[in-house]
Design a protein. Sequence first.
Length: 315
Amino acid sequence: MTRSVHVLGNVQLDVIASPVTRLPDPGGDDVIDHIAVRPAGAAGNVSLALAALEVPHRLFGAVGDDQAGRWVADELHRAGLGGDLQVVAGQETGISIALEAPGRERAFLTAHGVLAGYTRDDVPAEATAADIVMLTGYFSLPGLRGTGTLDLLGRARAGGALTVFDTGWDPDNWSGGAGQEVLAILPSVDIFLPNEPEAQALTGEPDSETAAESLQRRCGGWVVVKLAERGLVARGPEGARLRIAAPQVVAKDTTGAGDSLAAGMLAELVEHDDMSRALATGVRVASTVIGRDSLARYPARDELLLGAGPLTAPS
């Protein structure tokens, strides 16, 4: 039987600028190759990728009623995804500007807008009533940090849901209590999806596999550490171990690659419990997405690159 999927998190406007090698001089105007404007934050990215893969699901989040929010809402409605989106009167929509430089990790400028006051009281009860519930964009949801997220994941689990969690990068660079905050949430998580720098920051471990093992002991479920162009490593219950390489691709736009990986994983988990298969599909989706132009971002199933597969099967 097909499982139901709900995605909850930061819906916002994304602006991607590349390549950015420096900030302009005061009063200056540097010309770069590309600036793309698109919907819709981490949660929106997962949802749009799921829609392209023809996976029925629901998306829960909030935007303001400003021009940015109206455009994001219109784009999501065009994709059949806007039915559960809250448009909050008198509020600004969250916006992130991604600055992409050649050969280095992206940097972001973010204004949370309406998301700054989005709390568990604003999340409909039905948002956590699904077979699979993903909460993503944690650090873009200040009002849901800590007990808010624990409550939502607890509600989901109490209803029998498989819980999936992705934090994104801490805007304070893990200098405060964010690490302990996230670690306290992990026992309520069935699948945790940090990228390599996040896993290292949470554990203090320099090696991704050791970091995955440390986080899995905290979580008890699956921990999937995303390694960008190197694929992923994962650790699961009962000593399960996976390492999946990514197919080679010329990257055109890497923003949202991790969200696309999550969508590919979910697209398999709606029908199967095989994490090896699910994560291999996730890597294929992410690799396909980063090799496509921003205007044709998300692939259908028959457009996915081949070549991703487990190097180590679950033990």
